[in-house]
Design a protein. Structure first.
Length: 578
């Protein structure tokens, strides 16, 4: 089952706002609904970011609460937009889950009944005033005892308020999208950034044009492709996915377009090809940037004419396929370097969707955490862990805050793996602790260019750490391998190839970058090596034995079998071990 990614709220009481006149409905502290009429001018003069086209709404999202299922609830602070202060205490404001208009207060006995306040300033910034409240307020590790001002830039990133060592709230800005249609499209989360992704999916699903999905690794590109397919007119047809980085260069054309019997050595029977399998439906081309140049020419012709030439065939075959492509590579740079054809890029990008990284959607980290915990705890019969608040919650505030503060270079996929480790590592325990591998991960440096919530300026890029975990997707956040100059695969001796793979824990992308070759070329070197083997060459009994010896730990299996983690994961799924 593909992992869900963090996605946004279609349910906001202010989720559909015209740009010139925006009536904003919000829940005030007394629990009553109000409407504030915002014009473009007064919205910009108050809370809206200078670069935003629509007025941003101040929002408090619960990042941690002893009642774990309340994580992700939120309160729209419409009073601030109207120029009034917001009082925060044990009893106000009211926080509601997405899709639910009625909310409840924080209701934690360790929070003071006497409120502290948030006050709007004319330039869009907000001031926190502790006042007479006895609630302990901590921001960036420092207790707040005097008024503190947060700039619009800080609010856009999000300011973390830790209250009484019991509750954590993220104060941030929410930029509404047009979410007139309901439904989450199979995507989990409620951040404004992913509301925009949902909006784009709905906008393009009914238009039978090629779509290019761009985003970092682990952001859920395949899930978005599936959502586009399911929301479009081809939903009754097949959705066929192919990872172009995993196709050997010599076989890519046959795999994509098919081949006649005898078209090449070993072709004992006709091969259908991905295009023909996707006829009448959608073909998802993942890692499109890894397509061999000669195959790019054939791919361009297929898109332009709707015809394919199977290898060895005398005539073209007509196919009816919608193409959705995805990449984490900079295709524009590849075009400049001659590694990707500009006409093909223009054809594939009939419509582009950019997936934001998880670190840009910090209000969704808690929601994803609870969602993944629910899935994994259900598998081991311990779902009740999420419903216990006394004497102590199963997840402590300090544990959750460490997860929320992390930069997540591997995005949602990495968070998914971490949650699984937490659940399995704490099976049967009354209170969860972080496994050692996760601690090593979280102790790594934040990726450069993204400050922690509440900081006005980005920190200096951290120095590379000499120590690492060597656990693939769970490796500490640190600068990636410095790419070498482009080299010919024939220039790389076998010992250097083996050493590079071993140093980078059989990570194909990192190894290819260091060696200065493409991933397709690296696969070719591995296949031709007498010292290496691919996951496809592993025997079934060998995989089963290693799986049981390693307790299902994929990283340990990679270390023992010396193969690509991604390819090994596919073999495990094929064998029904996962």
């Amino acid at each position: 089952m593909p992992h869900p990614i963090a996605m946004s709220a279609a349910d906001s009481p202010c989720a559909s706002l015209p740009r010139s006149m925006m009536p904003t409905r919000y829940m005030s502290q007394d629990g009553q609904q109000h409407t504030t009429q915002l014009t473009a001018s007064n919205a910009a003069a108050r809370i809206d970011a200078p670069s935003a086209r629509r007025a941003s709404i101040p929002l408090l999202t619960i990042v941690y609460h002893p009642m774990l299922r309340r994580i992700g609830d939120r309160a729209f602070l419409g009073e601030l937009v109207a120029g009034r202060e917001v009082k925060i205490s044990r009893h106000a404001p009211r926080f509601a889950p997405p899709h639910q208009p009625q909310g409840t207060s924080l209701a934690d006995s360790r929070l003071s009944r006497v409120p502290f306040e948030l006050r709007p300033l004319g330039d869009g910034s907000i001031t926190l005033v502790p006042g007479d409240s006895r609630t302990k307020i901590v921001i960036d590790g420092q207790r707040v005892t005097e008024p503190r001002c947060f700039s619009t830039a800080a609010l856009e990133r999000g300011v973390m308020l830790e209250l009484g060592d019991r509750v954590a709230l993220l104060l941030h800005l929410y930029l509404p999208c047009d979410e007139s249609e309901t439904g989450d499209l199979g995507l989990v989360g409620h951040s404004a950034e992913i509301a925009h992704v949902r909006e784009n999916i709905r906008r393009v699903a009914g238009a039978d044009v090629p779509v290019l999905i761009r985003g970092e690794t682990g952001t859920g590109k395949e899930l978005v492709a599936s959502a586009i397919h399911e929301a479009g007119a081809r939903r009754s047809g097949p959705l066929v996915s192919v990872n172009l980085a995993a196709l050997p260069a010599a076989l890519a054309a046959a795999e994509l377009f098919g081949a006649q019997r005898g078209a090449f050595t070993g072709a004992a029977r006709p091969q259908e090809g991905y295009f023909r399998r996707a006829h009448g439906g959608t073909l998802f081309l993942d890692e499109i940037g890894e397509t061999p140049v000669d195959v790019q020419v054939m791919l361009l012709r297929a898109i332009e004419t709707g015809e394919i030439y199977p290898l060895g065939a005398q005539r073209a075959e007509q196919v009816d396929v919608r193409l959705i492509s995805a990449t984490d590579a900079n295709l524009d740079t590849l075009v400049e370097q001659g590694g990707f054809r500009a006409p093909l890029l223009h054809r594939l990008a009939g419509y582009e969707i950019h997936l934001p990284p998880l670190r840009a959607r910090r209000d969704d980290i808690g929601r994803l955490l609870i969602h993944f915990l629910g899935l994994d705890l259900a598998e081991i019969g311990e779902t009740d862990r999420l419903d216990r608040a006394e004497p102590a919650p199963w997840l402590s505030m300090s544990l959750v805050m460490r997860l929320v503060r992390y930069g997540w270079p591997g995005n949602v996929r990495q968070l998914r793996n971490v949650v699984r480790q937490i659940v399995l590592g704490n099976r049967g325990r009354a209170e969860a602790e972080l496994p050692e591998a996760v601690i090593r991960l979280l102790d790594g440096a934040m990726p450069p260019g993204r400050p922690l919530p509440g900081h006005d300026t980005a920190p200096e890029p951290p120095a590379p750490s000499a120590a690492g975990t060597g656990h693939g997707e769970l490796a500490p956040s640190r600068p990636g391998p410095k790419p070498s100059l482009r080299r010919k695969p024939s220039e790389i001796p076998e010992p250097e190839l083996v050493d590079a793979l071993r140093v980078h824990r059989w990570d194909i992308k990192a190894t290819a970058a260091v060696l200065g070759i493409s991933r397709t070329s690296l696969y070719g070197l591995i296949e031709s090596s007498g010292l290496l083997r691919t996951a496809g060459e592993l025997g079934v009994d060998e995989i089963r034995a290693c799986y049981h010896e390693a307790g299902g730990d994929l990283d340990r299996m990679v270390e023992r079998l010396c193969v690509s983690k991604k390819a090994l994961r596919r073999r495990i799924k094929e064998l029904g071990l996962a």
